[in-house]
Design a protein around this ligand. Structure first.
Ligand code: SF4
Length: 377
């Protein structure tokens, strides 16, 4: 989903439904748009444009469509890979049939104060409402099952469908994430969705809009903007702080380090980044100052350096060359052509064994897989 967010946004519902004060707490912290977010925004624009044309909903002459498409494809963030993924998304949405609504903003105020949410695509059929969210991220795969953001969109779509005189029985929620494993879908009956809205969403949303309730840390803190100001999050590391005055680490201590270590590391990095921003904004922090990071030597003009080396008789060995990484080549030629060209060239090299919590959904590997990895490197 692209665009502005409600205070209690569906995309953060997984967080404010657990830690109700988080939404108001986060409000004070400005948003930084990363290049990945900008790429996602462009992909959403393209996906919506293509879907509107294929669904016969584009309002305007062909030249307007061409101009809009041209503007998107002229962006430096555009790639043939993006076009293919957007076309696949369009096909996925149209397969559902029914009337299509694109980037429709749903009123959620019946359950969430000041609540609204914009669903990328909704397909209304007599008995089933299909809501599809296009996610362009390649990092973290997001599953549709019991996904709170999707359930909020489903609620909005249901209420809108009822206003149109429809009587849907099921809401089918899909996340189309082409760069992280493809689509994921989950169905919920209207009865269960409304029960969830009344028993969980409404009471929690009332607390959340008022900034009330307990700060409850957990996995949902990972993308909370308030993470570096939140004392409850810091207190979550209490178990780590108890490892002291011992000569030997126990298994329980190791479990504590493995459980909290990655969280502490990413949190400290974020605290440092925020402290740098604070000092750059001339807000002092006692005991700390900004210094220049470690620099590196660099040539002012590579062309001049080449001329000098050639003048010195170094004709060979001036340049290094290597092929671009696999993902960059896939992006360059597009995933479909990539498969055609390199079906026999791509091999899967297993990743280095890494430790994961027991509830991680990847299967456990045995000693033989670890040996295989050692043989390969
Ligand atoms: S960091 Fe976690 S506990 Fe703190 S406000 Fe955010 S979601 Fe709540």
């Amino acid at each position: 989903m692209a665009g502005t967010h409600a205070i209690l946004s569906p995309s953060a519902a997984y967080r404010w439904l657990v830690c109700t004060p988080s939404a108001r707490f986060e409000e004070q912290i400005p948003e930084d748009e990363s290049v990945y977010a900008a790429e996602g925004t462009l992909a959403h624009e393209l996906a919506a444009l293509l879907l509107s044309a294929r669904a016969g909903l584009f309002k305007g002459p062909q030249k307007t469509f061409n101009a809009m498409l041209g503007k998107i494809t002229a962006s430096e963030l555009y790639s043939p890979e993006m076009l293919e993924h957007c076309e696949a998304y369009v096909g996925f949405v149209l397969e559902k049939g029914g009337d299509v609504l694109i980037e429709h903003s749903y009123d959620l105020t019946k359950y969430i104060p000041l609540g609204y949410g914009t669903a990328d695509a909704t397909s209304l059929t007599p008995k089933v409402i299909h809501v599809t969210d296009f996610k362009y991220g390649a990092g973290v795969r997001v599953a549709a099952t019991a996904n709170k953001q999707m359930m909020c969109y489903g609620l909005g779509a249901y209420e809108a469908a009822v206003k149109k005189g429809l009587k849907p029985e099921t809401v089918s929620l899909s996340i189309f994430q082409p760069r992280a494993g493809g689509p994921s879908s989950w169905d919920i009956s209207v009865t269960d969705l409304l029960k969830w809205a009344e028993e969980e969403v409404s009471p929690k949303a009332k607390l959340a809009i008022a900034g009330m309730g307990d700060f409850i840390p957990g996995k949902h803190c990972q993308f909370c903007k308030a993470r570096t100001s939140c004392k409850a999050y810091y207190d979550r590391f209490a178990d780590v702080k108890t490892i002291k005055d011992k000569r030997v680490m126990t298994d329980a201590d190791l479990v504590t380090v493995l459980t909290y270590g990655p969280l502490v590391a990413s949190w400290v990095k974020k605290v440092e980044e925020d402290a740098v921003k604070r000092l750059e904004g001339n807000k002092p922090l006692e005991g700390f100052k900004l210094v220049a990071g470690r620099g590196k030597r660099s040539f002012k003009s590579e062309d001049d350096v080449v001329d000098i080396l050639l003048g010195e008789g170094f004709e060979n060995d001036i340049f290094d060359s290597s092929i671009k990484p696999l993902t960059a080549i896939e992006k360059m030629v597009g995933p479909k052509r990539f498969k055609e060209l390199f079906a026999d060239q791509v091999i899967n090299v297993p990743g280095k064994p890494q430790i994961a919590p027991i509830d991680d959904d990847r299967p456990a590997i045995g000693a033989s897989a670890a040996d295989e990895y050692d043989d390969l490197i």
